[in-house]
Structures are given as C-alpha cells and as structure tokens.
Design a protein around this ligand. Structure first.
Ligand code: SAM
Length: 280
C-alpha cells in the first residue's frame, strides 16, 4: 500500500524538527574532512510546492516552516536548516519546501555521497529528476529497508542514515527496529536518525521499548508535541531517535527545543522532551 504522499505534509512541524536535526548532524559530520555517506531510506519526491493543491488542502506548512519564515531572532543552530530552505526561495517568498534529500544535496560537500530510495511511482521520477546532474547521488526505486543491508557499511566508514517511513502500515513500527538492527550489525559507528510520529502513544512506546531491547547503546530521543497526547486526534507530536548522535547534538537540541516549541506552537500546548533512552 503506497497511498501516503509527503506533498500533503511538507514543511509541517514534524518536518521542521526532522530537518533541523538532520542539518545539525550533517554539519557535525562535515567537521572532519573525510567523506561520508548520506543514506535516505524513504526519500519522498525531494521538492514540494507549497501552493500546490496537496499542500493547500491541509495547510500544514502554515503551522510549521511558515511560523519561522519571518522571524528575525533565529537561533544560530537553525541557520544551516533555514539557509537550505532559503536557497529554494531566493526571492524571499516561501513557495517551495525542500525535503530531506534536497537539504542533504545542498549541505553535502563534493567528496560526500548520497544514496536515496523511494518506492512511490509518482514521487520516484520526481526525485530522480532532481538528482539527474548530481554525480554524488544514486537514486533507486527500491525498498528503503533493504538498503540498510545492501549499502552498509559505506566505503568511507562514516555516514548518516535517515529512516523516515510513512507509518501508514502498522508494520513500519517493527520494520524500523529490524532495519536498524540489520544496519547496526554491519555499521555500528554510523549515525542513525529515525523519525517517528505520536498518533497512539502506546505504539510509539512499544517501538522505543523494542529499540531499547536491541542492546544498541547511545540512543537519544528528541520530541516536540504540538498538542497533548490523544488517541483520537491524529498526530499530536513527532520525534527523532538518534543513535550515535554527534557529541554537540544533545546540548544544541536542549537549547533549541523550547525556542522551536514556542515559535511553532504560540498557544503553548504540547511539550518538548529530550532523553537518552539508552545511554553510553
Ligand atoms: N524523508 C522525506 C523528507 O523528509 O522530505 C519524506 C519521506 S515520506 C515521510 C515517506 C516516503 O517513503 C513516501 O514518499 C513513501 O512513498 C516512501 N515509502 C514508503 N514505503 C517505502 C519503502 N519500503 N521504501 C522506500 N520508500 C518508501
């Protein structure tokens, strides 16, 4: 079943959190000259037009990236992410939102590599077209979870693996854990960044417990909720689970999360949460 289209959700509060964390990890990896691999298992289409029928229908970006767009008090840690979004909106008007592969394309250096997979028959060609002229990138219409076996470890022995499934099938909650185990067996020093929604809190808790039971160490959880937990109101929060986070990430997000929450949720509902779910 492939009914999910990210174009309905691009630039929402969950994307803001996900892409902020993604950008900070990439910047940290760039502190060393040695190349690294950016592996995006569930890439999406790459670029999203915010005036499209899909984005207008939900208007989710209005409570996401649009809330940061006009601010003139942006914390330093958000610069890299917001500069990437600005690069797609050069005249200052917010019209396009770059997905995770395009943010990576912009932030990565000549020596780094991208490996991107997307299964959707409509989104895959769009993604492939975006990267036609980028020799650093391989774009495949393939199962993202398989890449965690097939592409790891990277030749460079350094990498960020972003795992961002739609969770439209309940099995995604188990598949992400199995996929991470497979990847980690082959490449234990990689940085793994897993996005998750909070729709039913019990589901998220179970996934976190499964991850804790894998025996993998150094797992940081970063969460931003826009509303209190509710089993009836769709996604109330989202988070990133980062294995082997760069050493600065915890402090950066500890400072950034309250600012992001206040900017994204002026009414103040919801919460932020940052915790080592498995320490060193
Ligand atoms: N990572 C993107 C971003 O941040 O811009 C958004 C990705 S979206 C949440 C999830 C994508 O995964 C959808 O485009 C969907 O078509 C795709 N997808 C679903 N199952 C997949 C699978 N098994 N392998 C690869 N892609 C898949």
């Amino acid at each position: 079943m492939l009914s999910y289209r990210h174009s309905f959700h691009a630039g929402n509060h969950a994307d803001v959190l996900k892409h902020t964390v993604q950008s900070l990890i990439i910047e940290a990896l760039k502190e060393k000259e040695k190349p690294f691999l950016y592996l995006d298992t569930h890439s999406g289409a790459g670029r999203y037009q915010l005036s499209s029928e899909h984005a207008e229908k939900t208007g989710e970006y209005l409570e996401g990236i649009a809330r940061l767009w006009q601010r003139d008090d942006i914390p330093d840690a958000l610069t890299s992410y917001l500069d990437a979004v600005r690069a797609f909106n050069r005249n200052g008007q917010l019209r396009y939102y770059p997905g995770s592969p395009l943010i990576a394309r912009l932030l990565l250096r000549a020596q780094d590599k991208l490996h991107l997979t997307e299964l959707h028959p409509s989104d895959y060609p769009l993604l492939r077209q975006e990267f036609q002229k980028d020799e650093r990138a391989r774009v495949l219409r393939d199962d993202g979870y398989q890449q965690l076996k097939a592409q790891l470890p990277p030749d460079s022995r350094r990498g960020l693996i972003l795992i961002d499934p739609p969770y439209e099938m309940k099995t995604d909650y188990q598949d992400v854990v199995k996929g991470i185990q497979e990847g980690y067996k082959r490449f234990a020093t990689g940085v793994y960044a897993l996005w998750y929604p909070v729709v039913l809190r019990q589901q998220t808790k179970r996934m976190i417990r499964d991850l804790q039971e894998t025996g993998i160490r150094r797992i940081l959880q970063i969460e931003l909720a826009v509303r209190p937990d509710s089993d009836q109101r769709g996604m109330t929060a989202s988070g990133m689970i980062v294995i082997n986070p760069p050493w600065k990430l915890e402090q950066q997000m500890r400072e950034l999360l309250p600012w992001l929450h206040q900017a994204l949720v002026p009414s103040g509902t919801g919460h932020t949460h940052l915790e080592w779910i498995v320490p060193e």
